[in-house]
Design a protein around this ligand. Structure first.
Ligand SMILES: [Zn+2]
Length: 285
């Protein structure tokens, strides 16, 4: 990605100076989010309650120390702000073309743990989108994880991750998220399959953004598309599940296969149109 001299989004909330403080005994960090995710997926969270309880309750309090960024962190921060601005430009344009108005999401930078409207979350869970407060949550240490743990190095891999979360925001604005949630409530048997379709659509939307950023603003460098595809292949929201449960349960995966993920990202990129991201009508997926 070519970030020099580009606009940086002002929709960034820096909460890295906050730290968790124990306030009593209740749900664990992550436990709340885990239960929220389960119920969003249409899975009854009650059997998992034991997993999530018996840990201290935590509140986020500001510390007196301002965030001191080293050069590497400052670079990642800047890159995040530029990518977010690029997604704003793309989605403002696409929404406008359909006579709609795009409400730009806020991106929250955090370290360690964060209190979102969807519950408390740990950095280890990876980036996520909370539909209730319309914010994207990113711990920049995840960028290092991408490289070291998931074998997806490169600045564009980071761009892809942000664009995917912004894709969930687009689904929220378009009402797709609510429709899917209602369907999942009515028919828990297909809840997981619908979640996969949601994830793949967010990948496709990330591809739509990448295409527009490249074509309209020459944002991509050679090799960036491959980096994005590698990231799409390497990570999934199953990471969340693994972190919460300590293991992966294959039949409750909520993401697509690696092949599906990179294919839908590619489909968004090749077509450049969200109309080609109908993962709900696609059969086979
Ligand atoms: Zn996702």
């Amino acid at each position: 990605m070519d970030i020099e001299g580009r606009r940086q989004s002002s929709n960034i909330e820096d909460r890295r100076g906050m730290r968790p403080v124990r306030t009593g005994v209740g749900l664990s960090i992550g436990g709340v989010l885990f239960l929220v995710v389960l119920s969003l997926l249409g899975i009854n969270p009650l059997p998992f309650l034991g997993v999530a309880t018996k840990a201290p309750e935590v509140e986020m309090q500001p510390t007196n120390q301002p965030v001191q960024e080293n050069a590497d962190e400052a670079e990642k921060h800047k890159r995040t702000a530029v990518v977010l601005a690029e997604t704003e430009t793309t989605w403002n344009k696409i929404f406008q073309q359909s006579g709609m108005k795009y409400a730009e999401p806020t991106l929250v930078l955090f370290s360690g743990a964060v209190n979102s409207t969807c519950g408390l979350a740990e950095a280890a869970m990876g980036p996520f989108y909370c539909p209730l407060d319309q914010k994207v949550y990113v711990d920049m240490s995840f960028y290092g994880d991408l490289e070291r743990r998931f074998g997806a190095p490169g600045d564009f891999a980071q761009g892809y991750v942000i664009a995917h979360e912004v894709g969930h925001h687009v689904q929220n604005l378009l009402g797709t998220a609510k429709k899917v949630h209602d369907l999942q409530q009515r028919n828990p048997r297909v809840a997981n399959e619908l979640s996969v379709r949601m994830e793949l659509q967010a990948d496709c939307y990330a591809g739509v953004w990448a295409k527009d950023a490249d074509q309209s603003r020459q944002f991509l460098n050679p090799g960036d598309l491959e980096e994005g595809l590698r990231a799409a292949t390497a990570i999934g929201d199953d990471r969340l599940q693994r972190q919460a449960q300590g293991r992966v349960v294959p039949d409750s995966f909520t993401h697509g296969t690696s092949e599906q993920r990179s294919r839908w990202f590619r489909r968004g990129f090749d077509s450049g149109s969200p109309n080609n991201c109908d993962t709900f009508g696609a059969n086979p997926l």
